[in-house]
Design a protein around this ligand. Structure first.
Ligand SMILES: Cc1ncc(C[n+]2csc(CCOP(=O)(O)OP(=O)(O)O)c2C)c(N)n1
Ligand code: SF4
Length: 311
């Protein structure tokens, strides 16, 4: 079996307060393996403020700041400015926020830091809902999913609206680097964290992070579910560097989305028609990504002739 190439050092320790099988906990562990200890991180109100710092201890071997839920983008811009004033250049500034604190209430501050080209990394861990406060819907909750605020009763069949496309919003700001990551693919995750660490300017990582109590699945299935999310084409792995798209996990045939859907209680009410609609949408999304990769690929010019014959 091939040897894993991810660093052995751990910057996330035992004694954290995550639920068993917590996807966001795995994402933090892998992220820090890529970023290393010269990192200062700002975390807004979310599950991770509870996971990481059960007072008076911390489960992380890096400098941490807690910030209000709406202000991660502003917080990391301020941290960067402070480090610059102190002429400290070798410390990475990172925001680590849930989908609520990124795509909803934190979107304005995120847009500001991207547009001002703040030299910092913003990571959105996407557990597709407001989980810390008891599984409410966010704009990143998938269409048709059950949450406590999108119930399944009578004519109400889960969330009505589509999942917000955070990568499209971020990419409209032309970041230096942006990528999707998934803890079920640790080498890809760490490599992208390292790339984000070494780039300059605004960088963004979108991590899909399954949440057993919120998505209603068994905690030992986190990795299987994560793998299926990517292998069905639902959460493709790719990166965008200076506008050039590159798919980092190529798929031959897409696995049936039903394999992903049926593991989760939040989709228990789905009919075959719902699965068909999702399959169609996933197929369109995958084709769009392939097109973007083709269209943004750097042109390869034929080699010039070795010598030009004299007239
Ligand atoms: C202005 C404000 N509104 C509401 C809250 C309550 N609150 C704390 S954590 C949280 C959920 C955040 O959801 P998300 O960012 O998706 O992270 P998750 O809890 O899923 O990890 C909310 C609503 C708050 N802290 N501040
Ligand atoms: S509720 Fe979900 S995201 Fe929050 S700690 Fe538990 S598993 Fe992790």
């Amino acid at each position: 079996m091939a040897k894993l190439t991810i660093p052995a050092e751990e910057w996330m320790y035992r004694g954290h307060a995550a639920c068993p099988g917590c996807g966001p906990a795995l994402a933090m562990r892998l992220l820090l393996k890529g970023l290393g200890p010269r990192t200062v991180m700002s975390i807004p109100a979310c599950c991770w403020t509870v996971i990481g710092t059960p007072y008076p201890t911390t489960a992380l071997g890096i400098a941490l700041l807690d910030n209000p839920i709406e202000s991660t983008g502003a917080s990391i811009a301020g941290l960067r400015a402070a480090l610059d004033a102190l002429r400290i250049e070798d410390v990475r500034v990172v925001g680590f926020a849930g989908d609520g604190g990124t795509a909803d209430i934190g979107l304005q501050a995120l847009s500001g830091m991207l547009e001002r080209r703040t030299d910092a990394i913003f990571v959105m861990y996407d557990n597709e809902g407001y989980m810390n406060t008891g599984v409410q819907r966010s704009s990143a909750t998938p269409q048709g999913a059950w949450t406590t605020t999108t119930p399944v009763e009578g004519p109400r069949r889960g969330k009505r609206e589509a999942k917000k496309e955070i990568m499209s919003i971020v990419l409209a700001h032309h970041p230096a680097y942006a990528a999707t990551v998934n803890p079920a693919f640790p080498e890809d995750f760490v490599r992208k964290a390292e790339k984000a660490r070494d780039a300059r300017g605004p960088r963004f990582l979108h991590a899909l992070t399954p949440c057993p109590p919120g998505w209603k699945f068994s905690s030992e299935e986190t990795i299987e579910l994560g793998r299926l999310a990517t292998e069905t084409g639902l959460f493709p792995l790719y990166e965008v560097e200076d506008g050039v798209y590159r798919i980092t996990r190529r798929l031959g045939t897409l696995k049936p989305v039903d394999e992903y859907v049926r593991l989760q209680g939040r989709f228990r009410h789905w009919e075959p028609e719902d699965v068909r609609e999702l399959s169609e949408e996933v197929r369109r999304g995958w084709e769009r990504l392939l097109r973007l990769e083709r269209e943004t690929a750097p042109a390869v010019f034929p080699k010039p002739p070795v010598a030009i014959a004299a007239a």
